[in-house]
Design a protein around this ligand. Structure first.
Ligand code: NDP
Ligand SMILES: O=C1O[C@H](COP(=O)(O)O)[C@@H](O)[C@H](O)[C@H]1O
Length: 499
């Protein structure tokens, strides 16, 4: 992994789906921020593409509006904004037809840049066809990369098909399968936390750790993405990729170097060690839910079933909780509890490492040592790492113990803007650094494991359990962990103090 910021060569970034939600909310704001930091070479161009007929001027206006909304007025610098808008071009092109491709070829070849990036921010069904068209129209240079957004496919078979088709056109080193969680500062920091600090490794195993919790909760519903979400669900949208990647980084063995293959080799070993969840186990090791009407931040919100573009009677899950076992020497007997959902009470992404209690409690007070040390890694928001320790409460007259955290707050420790995950990842593609991207076998192994659960859910014929919007999912998710004499971290008062 490269920690310095090498000079970026001039590039052309071609964003298929350049008018879509992801491009407007994330990709273009991320590129703007890199421009603001002076990282984009003067001659670099950004070319949006979609089927819509649109002039270059109209695209520039659309992007300006998106930047005003998603970058915010404080970071919108007039000079940089003008420079950024001047980089923009638009080509109307249908990925599945002949229209537009010759125009794209003409624009790219007129003044070729050293590096070309094709970013596919479209539905995954189009990935193979876009790769074929790039090849057919001879748009590849030796330094051309392709970025595939998640989810890559809908299941293992479609993921393999995409990988085969894209792999027939691009070498694996030029295929960047993005999972934006890997670009989050706090996620990148997992490797540093584990492998640059000597104190954790001796206890980072079944001897020291009781269990691990990974929560990625959102307050939003499906918003305008009902059409996409209703045939995707929480398992495919979040667990198969983001939560699996977090689990891998908590569980991996130390790679011998930070070389991209070394890190990915260790991640694949974790994925291959996941115990499959069988049909008989789905009722005890998995819970899926769907939100009904409720309240978020004091305001009423409608049920999933009543959101735009949701099929009547939909059985799509908007919440999933799983008990996962990693079958290897390090993690024997240490469950990983995962959960993710929409319309939950808070937007929090967090990893909790619950250590085991001391073998014998000698203190007269604070004897509820049922709450042993805990390391809380807050991925977002209010990024922090908190190590909860027992400590003596100062004062005379006896020995009173208090469980208090050592707090490393990112905002207090590192002043300044924490870059969005996409900022780092989009530039890594230009640099050709794929360490924070997924290799083909990782994606397929994650699908293989996930698919058996999806199949078991389907075969069970059961509907997802309903939960009220604004609560922590169905009560079955609480029961799942309570059966093991454990609780989700959020259920205890004061879990998220001041957050
Ligand atoms: N939105 C998000 O927060 C996230 C999205 N993703 C992934 O990113 C991808 C895009 O998502 P999102 O932006 O939400 O989707 P949208 O539906 O908002 O945008 C889709 C884009 O693709 C274009 N498009 C559709 N069909 C074609 C076609 N045949 N040829 C060329 N362009 C086409 C659309 O424009 P037009 O109709 O004019 O052609 C539009 O620009 C998906 O794979 C999604 O899973 C991943 C993470 C987060
Ligand atoms: O990939 C996705 O991620 C977002 C959540 O991302 P975050 O960075 O805000 O945690 C999620 O809303 C979306 O459904 C999913 O496609």
């Amino acid at each position: 992994m490269n920690f310095s910021q090498p000079i970026i060569e001039p590039f052309d970034y071609i964003v298929f789906g350049g008018t879509g939600d992801l491009a407007k909310r994330k990709l273009l704001p991320a590129l703007y921020h890199r421009d603001l930091d002076g990282q984009l070479p003067e001659t670099s161009r950004i070319i949006g593409s979609a089927r819509a007929e649109m002039t270059r001027k109209a695209f520039q206006t659309l992007v300006q509006k998106s930047l005003e909304e998603f970058v915010g007025p404080d970071a919108l610098d007039k000079t940089v904004l003008k420079r950024f808008l001047d980089r923009l071009y638009f080509i109307s092109c249908d990925a599945t037809a002949a229209r537009g491709w010759p125009d794209l070829a003409k624009l790219l070849n007129h003044e070729p840049r050293a590096i070309r990036v094709f970013y596919l921010a479209t539905s995954p069904e189009l990935y193979g066809t876009i790769a074929d068209n790039i090849h057919a129209h001879k748009l590849q240079t030796p330094e051309t990369r392709i970025v595939l957004e998640k989810p890559i496919g809908h299941d293992l078979a479609s993921a393999r098909e995409i990988n085969d088709r894209v792999g027939a056109v691009f070498e694996e080193r030029n295929i960047f399968r993005i999972d934006h969680y890997l670009g989050k500062e706090t996620v990148q920091n997992l490797l540093v936390l584990r492998f640059a600090n000597s104190l954790f490794e001796p206890v980072w195993n079944h001897n020291g750790i009781d269990h691990v919790q990974i929560t990625v909760s959102e307050t939003v519903g499906v918003e305008e993405r009902g059409g996409y979400y209703d045939h995707t669900g929480a398992m495919r949208d979040m667990i198969q990729n983001h939560l699996m990647q977090l689990l891998c980084l908590v569980a991996i063995e130390p790679p011998s170097t930070l070389d991209r293959e070394a890190v990915r080799d260790e991640k694949i070993k974790v994925l291959k060690s996941l115990a499959p969840i069988t049909q008989n186990e789905i009722s005890t090791k998995t819970v899926r839910g769907q939100y009904r009407a409720g309240a978020i931040n004091g305001g009423p919100v409608k049920a999933y079933a009543d959101e735009k573009d949701i099929v009547p009677g939909s059985t799509t899950e908007t919440f999933a909780a799983l008990k996962v076992e990693v079958k290897n020497w390090r993690w024997a007997g240490v469950p990983f509890y995962l959960r993710s959902g929409k319309r939950l009470p808070e937007k929090v992404s967090e990893i909790v490492i619950q250590f085991k209690p001391v073998p014998y409690w000698i203190f007269p007070t604070g004897s509820d040592h049922a709450q042993p040390n805990r390391l809380v890694i807050r991925v977002q928001p209010n990024e922090h790492i908190r190590l909860h320790l027992w400590t003596k409460e100062p004062g005379p007259g006896g020995l009173r113990l208090r469980n208090a955290p050592l707090n490393l707050s990112f905002a207090e420790t590192f002043k300044g803007h924490l870059p969005d995950a996409y900022e780092r990842l989009l530039m890594d593609v230009v640099r050709g650094n794929a360490t924070l991207f997924m290799r083909r076998d990782e994606v397929e192994a994650a699908w293989e494991w996930t698919e058996s659960i999806l199949d078991a859910w389907k075969n069970s014929g059961e509907r997802p359990k309903l939960y009220t919007a604004g609560t922590w999912g169905p009560s079955e998710a609480i029961a799942m962990i309570v059966r093991d004499n454990r609780t989700w971290f959020d259920e205890q008062a004061g879990d998220f103090p001041g957050d």
